[in-house]
Ligand binder design. Structure first.
Ligand code: HGY
Ligand code: MN
Ligand code: MN
Length: 414
């Protein structure tokens, strides 16, 4: 049995796939349920069918490709990730995991290997959460975290709903999207942080993912002329917001060693040079591997938002849109990844993910772990995201070994 996936086929597919929604700075623009996302979905379904997988689309547009096993009554091994991207994001985030999983199946087909268990490859909908918040929406409904009605009603900044857009692109499937019996779930993904490349390791054996919270907040003051309005009469929504942005940074300085906080999105209205800002909408994202640290940071920022509103005499709005707890992955799955990294002779390290993944939610319904490959200089969520191709192949080889082990084929012969 070959111990490695097909470099040529995988690279050709990766290149072809990333021509969809390609930007002129070597990134991709395939936000959830966009035209480019639809084209990417169509391409993936075509490749799943070519790999003789049974394709099903569920109510959330999650795409599953099933490969029969010797005993199809057994719970399947599920592998995959996501294909939606950030606006002007990177080519590797999510795609490495979906095409890597497909490549594992193709390699089993090439070798005419029938595993004991069925294997399923999945592309989850709306992992990034940039167009429709929150993120990991497709896997979240699948794991029972969100109900379908809530998910369908999520709207983008133009007021379009997730449900309408899913229907429009033809991916509102019939298959119910709810928890079902799975033997285990593994996700191959780029690290999106600096640890592997700083330590010169080529594989990350992922022990768990940070917990995180996402909030939408707004200040509502009074628009007025920037010239004649004296400072003491102003109710400036942007001044209140700047106070909160500064306090996010201060809270991360005292909240806990691994605590990170970001105000990533801000909309100023009317956003005019000579008008005092009337309304500002902004987001807050806190993360840590310690759930108490995330809880405490959340309480602190809520207080800061209230204080800023009082100081500036503006109204405030606040909504917590998502809270995922940090939960360690399954020890058995982590060990399987470690053994597989050894089997391919990779220099690996155990690692915890600062980025959220669909694996967060799968970990709530079945034994789960992840395989990381290095992001050069730790860069991700930008067009400069880059991973050496030999690292991508090595990650897929680790996934191949994991699948053979978990689908009851025992260790691949050396
Ligand atoms: O936010 C995240 O970490 C992921 O990209 N959804
Ligand atoms: Mn991702
Ligand atoms: Mn991402």
């Amino acid at each position: 049995m070959s111990q490695t996936v097909s470099n040529e086929r995988f690279r050709k597919r990766f290149t072809t796939f990333n021509e969809i929604g390609a930007t002129d700075r070597d990134g991709v623009n395939r936000p959830s349920l966009s035209g480019a996302n639809q084209e990417a979905r169509d391409t993936l379904v075509e490749w799943f069918e070519k790999a003789t997988l049974d394709v099903t689309i569920d109510e959330m547009g999650n795409i599953f490709g099933r490969r029969a096993g010797a005993d199809n009554a057994l719970d399947p091994v599920l592998i995959g990730s996501h294909i939606d991207s950030q606006y002007n994001g990177g080519r590797y985030d999510g795609v490495v995991g979906v095409l890597g999983a497909l490549e594992v199946v193709e390699t089993l087909n090439d070798e005419d290997i029938q595993t004991e268990r069925p294997i399923e490859v999945v592309a989850w909908s709306n992992e990034e959460g940039v167009r429709f918040q929150p993120d990991m929406l497709g896997s979240g409904v699948f794991a029972g975290e969100f109900d379908l009605e809530y998910a369908y009603a999520r709207t983008d900044k133009e007021g379009k709903t997730f449900g309408e857009e899913l229907e429009r692109i033809g991916y509102k499937g019939d298959e119910s999207c709810e928890p079902r019996d799975l033997h285990c779930y593994f996700e191959l993904h780029v690290e999106q942080g600096p640890q592997l490349s700083e330590r010169g390791r080529s594989v990350g054996v992922v022990e768990g993912v940070y917990g995180f919270v996402w909030m939408n907040a707004a200040f509502i003051g009074s628009a007025d002329h920037a010239g004649p309005t004296p400072m003491h009469l102003r109710h400036d929504a942007l001044v209140a917001t700047s106070d909160v942005i500064e306090s996010v940074r201060r809270i991360t300085g005292t909240g806990g060693d691994d605590l990170v906080g970001t105000v990533g999105s801000i909309d100023v209205h009317p956003n005019s040079i000579n008008v005092i800002p009337e309304r500002v909408d902004f987001t807050v994202d806190f993360r840590s591997y310690d759930n108490d640290v995330v809880d405490h940071a959340t309480e602190q920022i809520q207080r800061e938002i209230e204080h800023a509103a009082n100081r500036e005499s503006v109204e405030m709005e606040y909504e917590e849109i998502m809270r995922v707890d940090a939960e360690p992955f399954d020890d058995g799955c982590i060990e399987t990844v470690e053994q597989a990294a050894n089997a391919v002779g990779a220099e690996y390290m155990r690692i915890v993910s600062g980025a959220g993944h669909d694996a967060n939610y799968l970990n709530e319904i079945c034994p789960t772990s992840m395989i990381f490959v290095p992001s050069v200089d730790g860069i991700s969520h930008t067009e400069d995201e880059y991973t050496e191709w030999e690292d991508v192949i090595r990650g897929a080889d680790v996934l191949l070994h994991v699948v053979l082990e978990k689908a009851n084929m025992g260790e691949v012969e050396q």
